[in-house]
Design a protein around this ligand. Structure first.
Ligand code: S5P
Length: 423
């Protein structure tokens, strides 16, 4: 919680825990970081001189509120009111877990910004990804949260209130409504990190790959690899990559582009030196061998909760993935949604919200390279080509300042997404 407080950069003079569960948390933070602690009496004040707020404070002081769980936000608000009655200012609150039932928005309406260490969707998607929670519990929990949101102090049932006029589904909605758990995880990450950016780190050195993933990881939803480009591959690289994926909350996409008969890809996916299925959340396949490729990859990947993208269109000039080939690819994905989570595409191919469209060939400077790659800007990829996720390689990894470039691509891609929502 302290790390989150520090990251927000908010300034305050004292700290007040919401009684009672957050009192020990506030106490620890105050002791460890040397802040005065204020205590709000919860009991009604029944005799004259007793103050509702105990501790050392002056009029105009700014106090940070600490809470363990926020649902409607009413406990935080009550504590803020007691402090404000003493002319203590409250503009920020920190919570360990935001149950995402409307508390954050309700507090914001009262002028209090709520920061959370973790949200309930993050907890659910992480536990599900690690196979610690079955999808039935996740579905029921998501449904409960959706149906029990708070507007002020009143629970609003979303079903009777669903007069949504937005045609494009938001990441948040897709995080709840999509059927594949991995897709829900992806959209949860995208919503939490406000990023529809996948960075493609195509390099020959393991240390370069890991350093770049560590640096760019906080700003992307996916890190894409070509693991067979590494000249110094050992299994430690993929272990470390998994550690970074947990640390920075991104998914790993091994861009293997399987393209052989079922028996062969089964072994290639599960075994060999790279053991791709053991560490890559997502991989992809060409539809050219027919649907046997999907069945074979699914045999390996489905029990592990993995997902596959079908390469339905390509970015390179003169490619043959067009017309009936692309139509066949679209059908193949739609018929195998238990394992296929979407497409590598250059246009919006399916109206099915369960299928994610990821678009490579993206660079702020349009044009191409000398070997047939063709680029469009992130804005065009999202707003004209219908990309849910933009895949950027050299635009970021080849920049003088890769971190600065990643932030620029993240901003461009995400604002194009917000525009598509009509925001
Ligand atoms: O059609 C495609 C499909 C893919 S997955 N065109 C592509 O460029 N890709 C991959 O995206 C490609 O293999 C590379 O890893 C990345 C694009 O890299 P960039 O450096 O050209 O942005």
């Amino acid at each position: 919680m302290w790390n989150t407080i520090e990251r927000t950069g908010c300034k305050f003079k004292s700290i007040c825990g919401v009684p009672y569960t957050a009192l020990p948390i506030a106490t620890c933070i105050c002791v460890q970081h040397n802040y005065p602690m204020l205590i709000r009496r919860k009991e009604a004040k029944d005799y004259g001189t007793r103050r509702m707020i105990e501790g050392r404070y002056e009029e105009g002081d700014v106090c940070l509120i600490v809470e363990d769980v926020v649902t409607s936000g009413s406990s935080v608000h009550e504590t803020a009111e007691s402090l404000q009655n003493e002319k203590i200012q409250v503009t920020n609150a920190i919570v360990l877990l935001d149950r995402e039932q409307g508390g954050k928005a309700a507090l914001e309406r009262k002028g209090i910004k709520l920061y959370s260490v973790i949200t309930l969707s993050q907890v659910l998607s992480t536990l599900q990804r690690l196979n610690k929670l079955d999808s039935d519990i996740v579905d029921r929990t998501n449904r409960f949260i959706q149906d029990n949101r708070f507007d002020g102090h009143v629970a609003v049932n979303n079903k009777s209130n669903s007069s949504s006029t937005t045609k494009v589904m938001s990441h948040k909605e897709r995080a709840v409504k999509c059927s594949h758990p991995l897709v829900r995880s992806l959209y949860t990450i995208m919503a939490d990190k406000e990023s529809n950016l996948c960075v493609s780190i195509d390099c020959a050195s393991s240390s370069e790959l890991l350093q770049m993933a560590d640096k760019i990881g906080p700003h992307v939803c996916i890190v894409k690899t070509h693991i067979d480009m590494l000249e110094d591959f050992t299994s430690d690289v993929t272990k470390e990559l998994q550690r970074l994926a947990d640390k920075h909350n991104f998914l790993i996409f091994e861009d293997r582009k399987f393209g052989d008969i079922g028996k062969t890809v089964h072994t290639q996916y599960e075994g060999g030196m790279y053991k791709i299925s053991s560490w890559a959340h997502i991989t992809n396949a060409h539809p050219v061998p027919g649907s046997g490729i999907v069945s074979a990859l699914a045999e390996v990947g489905k029990p592990l909760g993995r997902g596959c993208l079908i390469v339905a269109e390509m970015s390179s000039s003169g490619n043959l993935a067009t017309g009936d080939y692309t139509k066949g690819a679209v059908k193949m994905a739609e018929a195998n949604k238990d394992f296929v989570i979407g497409y590598i595409s250059q246009s919006r191919l399916s109206a099915d919200h369960d299928l994610v469209h990821m678009t490579p060939g993206v660079k702020i400077q349009m044009g191409g390279d000398s070997l047939g790659q063709q680029y469009v800007t992130p804005q065009i990829a999202v707003s004209e080509k219908g990309a849910d996720v933009v895949i950027v390689g050299r635009g970021i990894t080849g920049a003088a300042d890769p971190l600065g470039a990643a932030l620029e691509y993240k901003q461009a891609g995400y604002s194009a997404y917000l525009n598509s929502l009509g925001h």
